[in-house]
Design a protein around this ligand. Structure first.
Ligand SMILES: NC(=O)c1ccc[n+]([C@@H]2O[C@H](COP(=O)([O-])OP(=O)(O)OC[C@H]3O[C@@H](n4cnc5c(N)ncnc54)[C@H](OP(=O)(O)O)[C@@H]3O)[C@@H](O)[C@H]2O)c1
Length: 315
């Protein structure tokens, strides 16, 4: 192996640009998919842990919390209660939410739906402005010109600051952008050491081409990358998961950091300057997130993680 292979990949701790929005955020964001259902005191402890860790972007969605025990809007409503209790919190983070999933339909990004969804999000969160409004999933039945018109109107009215998409194909992003006269600032795909498709399907390339920030959802594969080796042995695709966990553990031991830190470092080291959205609701884990910024991965380490995840050696 050449000396070049051992050269360390830069993982800058500096704030990362949120596309062309002019905003910069801490390299790791915090997500509220699993936030609903907590009492206010517990919820506030999580928010405080994220802020103390230096995190400056919170990612939620109108659908977060929807399920057997809580209604549509539950995660946003809980955040709204906390913001009402402590209004000064609002200025301490970039507030990102999403609309466009209508349970049972499942998608609607028609102009009337998006307007109603966005206004309902504002009401639930008790705010008059959303910093980043993302289309949660592409609606195959709405022309991108109609989506663009709705987003432009909400932006012109000051209800939203910037626009992002999530789970869009590169072609869908391009089609929406063609009808907007301001830039889409973020794309939010699933991306982790376990789920590597955005490296190969054009998603990350398009973001680098256009200067769009990538917010990576489930950067620990929804917790799979936190499983003990014995638990991983019974998970779906257990051989691949077991190999990946063993690889991450070996690097973690070498670096003297946690396995999660290595997994997040894999995401952070990509040249698209990806911002992983961690989803833990455990304050101690939120507090430790920044450990990932100190991990030293070489080019060879990064490709080793990728090839272990893929289960094949690259040619
Ligand atoms: N756009 C989309 O379609 C979409 C879809 C899914 C998620 N998201 C966004 O991405 C965010 C993150 O997703 P995610 O929650 O799946 O992220 P994640 O960070 O991959 O997984 C978080 C889960 O892993 C567990 N976990 C974390 N560290 C662990 C460890 N060391 N050992 C064992 N378990 C561990 C957490 O448990 P504890 O909470 O108990 O610590 C939590 O249940 C969401 O909040 C949301 O904002 C977006």
């Amino acid at each position: 192996m050449s000396a070049h292979a051992m050269k360390l990949l830069p993982i800058s701790p500096d704030p990362r640009p949120l596309g062309k929005s002019g905003l910069h955020v801490y390299p790791i964001a915090w997500g509220m998919w699993r936030f609903a259902g907590a009492d206010r005191k517990t919820a506030r402890t999580r928010i405080d842990a994220a802020l103390e860790a230096g995190i400056t972007l919170f990612d939620t969605a109108d659908i977060y919390g929807f399920g057997k025990s809580s209604p549509f809007g539950a995660a946003e409503a809980l955040l709204g209660e906390l913001l009402q209790e402590a209004p000064a919190l609002r200025d301490r983070f970039v507030l990102a939410t999403k609309g466009g999933i209508d349970p049972g339909v499942p998608y609607d990004s028609s102009a009337a739906y998006l307007r109603a969804a966005c206004e309902a999000s504002l009401t639930r969160m008790k705010v008059d402005h959303i910093d980043l409004y993302q289309i949660h999933r592409p609606d195959l039945l709405t022309h991108p010109a109609a989506v663009a018109e709705a987003l432009a109107a909400l932006r012109a009215e000051g209800k939203i600051g910037h626009v992002g998409v999530s789970n869009y194909l590169p072609s869908q992003l391009a089609a929406l952008q063609a009808h907007l006269d301001f830039p889409i600032v973020t794309q939010q795909p699933e991306f982790s050491a376990w789920t590597t498709a955005p490296l190969f399907d054009g998603t990350l390339d398009q973001c680098m081409e256009r200067g769009i920030a990538v917010l990576a959802w489930s950067p620990l594969a929804g917790g799979r990358l936190g499983l003990a080796p014995a638990e991983a042995g019974t998970a779906p695709d257990s051989a691949r998961l077991g190999n990946l966990i063993a690889k991450l553990d070996a690097l973690a031991e070498r670096e003297g950091v946690s396995r999660e830190a290595v997994a997040l470092a894999f995401v952070l080291a990509h040249p698209a300057r990806i911002v992983p959205i961690i989803g833990t609701q455990t304050p101690a884990r939120i507090a430790r997130a920044g450990e990932a910024l100190r991990v030293k991965l070489s080019r060879a380490d990064w490709y080793d993680i990728l090839q272990t995840s893929m289960g094949v050696r690259l040619p």
